[in-house]
Design a protein around this ligand. Structure first.
Ligand code: COI
Length: 348
């Protein structure tokens, strides 16, 4: 590694510019071009761009890690590519090929190799984002598209790190049945800013959403999926279409079943059931596995496991992060290495 002048010991989840980004464009006549790695920087966009006026945009969140043996590894990148493609279909965006997506991600990681934190100090957060950038006036899909992958070195998403956080049930809803909650469209996140601000003002880390149809079942934490342990059964809300199908969520379910031999239920979970849980946590690429110490509901903070990290949560966190770092056998075939001899050049 060369010195890029970053305080690796104090990384948060904050933007900073890095060396290069991937850029590809789609036009009606040519489809997606080959794309290229260019210097990280601004680009021009029409004020009439569909994404700026009508929100036709979608993103992914991934991480590259440096292992103890100094390998650069990705976690289930093809699944991110497939989820992006499914989201494109919902938003009438020309789909991006998931296999090419993985190759492009590897190129961006490689060119930004010096920005990947040293082993154990954090991750390179990868942000693929695809927008309808062509100009349009009536509400309709854009006439042209831009796909970019940029990266930022990050530490923990919550400043608490792997320590319990405080959640509050919000009166807002995140997504409607048959809406866009099940895809990673940028619009879902704009709507979550006010609910998050309101709970943060009261001293909570993040909001927990109940379903929009009944106001009864748990849906998601602001930026992560929800899990709880009740009578030794691991439970998580079933994917109704309004819940994001997280890759970390899917991995935790498999690890719990195959490695911890736990019973796992994906089903509707009422708030009353959660209040009886022995452990509660949330999961996501950014959040990894984050323990939840308490939940504000009807004016009362309900505390779980004395506000301590529970044993199931700890085991799942350890197994997941060890698999990701090639320190535990990857029986699932999830970890993908960035080839050490991959040669990537910046183009202008
Ligand atoms: C991720 O976990 O990668 C997410 O997309 C959450 C992000 C909005 C910070």
């Amino acid at each position: 590694m060369t010195d890029v002048n970053i305080d690796w010991d104090n990384l948060g989840f904050d933007f900073m510019p890095t060396k290069g980004m991937f850029l590809s464009k789609w036009e009606e006549k040519t489809g997606w071009d080959e794309g290229k790695v260019v210097p990280f920087g601004n680009f021009e966009i029409s004020p009439a761009a569909c994404v700026l006026n009508y929100g036709q945009g979608i993103f992914e969140g991934m991480k590259a890690l440096r292992t103890k043996a100094n390998k650069l590894v990705l976690f289930r990148p093809l699944d991110n590519g497939k989820r992006l493609k499914a989201g494109c279909e919902r938003l009438l965006i020309p789909p991006y090929d998931p296999k090419k997506f993985v190759d492009d991600v590897k190129k961006v990681v490689k060119i930004n190799e010096d920005y990947i934190p040293p082993y154990g100090k954090g991750a390179l957060y990868i942000r693929p984002v695809l927008w309808g950038t062509g100009p349009i006036l009536g509400v309709a899909p854009a006439p042209s598209y831009t796909f970019i992958i940029f990266v930022v070195p990050v530490g923990p998403y919550y400043k608490e790190g792997f320590n319990p956080i405080k959640l509050a049930i919000t009166e807002f809803h995140r997504a409607a049945p048959k809406g866009t909650g099940g895809i990673k469209t940028i619009c879902n996140y704009a709507g979550s800013m006010l609910p998050a601000k309101k709970v943060k003002e009261k001293g909570y880390n993040q909001e927990l959403y109940l379903d929009a149809a009944n106001g009864k079942y748990i849906e998601e934490v602001g930026t992560a999926n929800f899990f709880c342990v009740v009578n030794n059964v691991l439970m998580t809300p079933r994917l109704t279409g309004s819940i994001l199908p997280g890759n970390t969520r899917a991995s935790i379910i498999d690890i719990a079943k195959k490695k911890l031999k736990m019973k796992v239920e994906e089903r509707d979970i009422t708030i009353d059931e959660v209040l009886k849980a022995s452990e509660v946590f949330c999961s996501g690429t950014a959040a990894v596995v984050t323990p939840i110490g308490s939940l504000l509901y009807k004016g009362k903070d309900h505390v779980f496991n004395d506000f301590k990290v529970g044993s199931v949560t700890q085991k799942l966190y350890d197994l997941l992060t060890k698999i990701q770092l090639q320190e535990e056998e990857d029986i699932f075939g999830w970890v993908v290495e960035v080839e050490p001899d991959l040669v990537v050049k910046i183009q202008t």
